[in-house]
Ligand binder design. Structure first.
Ligand SMILES: Nc1ccn([C@@H]2O[C@H](COP(=O)(O)OP(=O)(O)OP(=O)(O)O)[C@@H](O)[C@H]2O)c(=O)n1
Ligand SMILES: O=P(O)(O)OC[C@@H](O)[C@@H](O)[C@@H](O)CO
Length: 425
């Protein structure tokens, strides 16, 4: 029985999100705005419709459960919402047949604050079921009614706290709010005979995306008044608030990352975006504090190419503090540069720490151990035997989503024999 992993670290580093991740001061200002002076912050919950079959994806598995880096797509969306500490409940609507699979995902990735409800046969019905779970007029409701409810498709994994805060703040003021994006294609209206009737002026129109947010009573009452036609064929929650609540939603410009995973190409795009984001963080671990350590040359090169390069030394007196601090920033790629030792045990200790930190539950962790060895002072076969242990250990830790590899750089120490001063010129 595998030991239950400890609860995941409370927050992912915001830089795993969209490029526009706001600074802490921006968020604090927005939070202050969301919390008018003298009034308490609104209780906020989220409803995630996740009951679709993903027909347009063209694979047997519903797209919300399709793997991205060997982890279901929906887990990334849950993680994005869990990062936002002021969302108190996350209600996910899944079909009965996927309920067990969803419970396993919640347990395996240690998702928190999640409640599950049965999905409906349409997206609107799934959302309505989610809202019912939050309404206090339901006999078996265990959740308290929020003041504001966020509605966000479970297949939109790249949602950041800033846009969530914007739509919630706007919903509190206007009653409803939704993220929008510029149209990429022009919208046209075909005539009955399949020819162009007219086209819409693209600049005057926008694509409605997610997240959206509503005063709970506004959207819940709209759904309660909904016609069956709306529930069956509608695709726009903002329209329901307008039609049944006479609320004109505030439109919030969203970032390019808010797109919905719909086709297979979207899954490939999501995977490459996630890979790119986690690879932007590198932690260089050096085996000495020497400022002339060759690892600093690598640091200079990496800093030109990456957003975040952290450096630490693995001296025993430093290991705990330095590495713990770096792990708290959710770094998933480690390059260990060893000039003083080729001791495999040091790497094992580092990998054990990474494993205990549960980092690799959410994303694969990469550890590259580089050994600079002077071939005149270190017999090759003796060191290779020692380093070959890495290969066996790598097979073992790969099962726990830690990818370990070793790199041996054999080089001659450059000596100037003293009897030949010309070498010194
Ligand atoms: N009966 C439904 C249909 C859709 N959804 C959810 O609504 C979101 C957006 O819908 P869409 O992209 O249309 O998903 P699918 O309906 O699964 O896709 P398709 O139309 O290609 O089948 C998805 O998270 C989907 O799981 C839902 O909760 N209940
Ligand atoms: O479920 P579908 O993909 O058909 O449509 C969902 C989208 O309409 C919806 O997510 C946004 O347009 C915002 O309402």
């Amino acid at each position: 029985m595998e030991p239950r992993p400890a609860a995941p670290r409370p927050r992912l580093c915001d830089s795993l999100g969209a490029d526009q991740t706001p600074s802490a001061s921006t968020l604090n200002a927005a939070r202050a705005e969301a919390r008018p002076a003298g009034r308490r912050a609104p209780a906020v919950a989220a409803v995630l419709p996740a009951g679709g079959s993903g027909e347009r994806m063209g694979v047997p598995t519903p797209k919300q459960f399709c793997p991205v880096l060997e982890r279901p797509l929906i887990s990334y969306t849950l993680q994005a919402l869990e990062r936002v500490c002021w969302i108190k409940d996350i209600v996910v609507a899944v079909t009965g047949e996927n309920m067990e699979a969803m419970k396993c995902i919640i347990q395996k990735y240690q998702h928190q604050r999640i409640s599950l409800v049965e999905a409906g046969v349409t997206r609107h019905r799934s959302i309505f079921n989610g809202l019912k779970a939050l309404a206090e007029d339901q006999p078996d409701s265990k959740l308290s009614k929020p003041e504001v409810v966020i509605i966000h498709d479970a297949v939109r994994p790249f949602v950041e706290e800033d846009v969530l805060l914007k739509v919630v703040t706007a919903a509190k003021e206007y009653g409803a709010a939704g993220a929008i994006r510029p149209l990429v294609s022009t919208v046209i209206s075909p005539s009955a005979d399949g020819c162009l009737d007219h086209s819409l002026e693209r600049a005057r129109h926008r694509a409605s995306e997610m997240p959206q947010a509503f005063l709970f009573d506004v959207i819940y009452e709209a759904y309660q008044q909904c016609s069956d036609y709306d529930l069956e064929f509608g695709t726009e929650c903002l329209q329901l608030a307008l039609k049944y609540g006479h609320i004109k939603a505030k439109l919030v410009e969203g970032s390019p990352d808010l797109w919905k995973v719909t086709y297979k190409r979207d899954l490939y795009a999501a995977e490459s975006i996630i890979k790119e984001r986690i690879s932007q963080h590198i932690c260089l671990v050096m085996d000495t504090k020497d400022e002339n350590h060759v690892g600093h040359r690598l640091e200079e090169v990496l800093k030109d190419a990456l957003n975040h390069v952290k450096v630490t030394s693995r001296l025993p007196c430093h290991t705990g503090r330095d590495l713990d601090q770096i792990m708290s920033e959710q770094c998933y790629s480690y390059v260990c540069v060893n000039v003083m030792t080729s001791d495999f045990e040091e790497i094992r200790k580092l990998v054990d720490m990474l494993e205990e930190s549960n980092l690799s539950i959410l994303y694969p962790v990469v550890v590259i151990s580089v050994y600079f060895l002077d071939y005149k002072s270190v017999p090759f076969d003796q060191k290779m035997e020692n380093l070959m242990q890495i290969r066996e250990y790598a097979k073992e830790v790969k099962k726990r989503n830690i990818l370990l590899c070793g790199l041996l750089i054999y080089y001659p120490q450059v000596f100037y024999p003293p009897q030949d001063p010309s070498c010194l010129t």
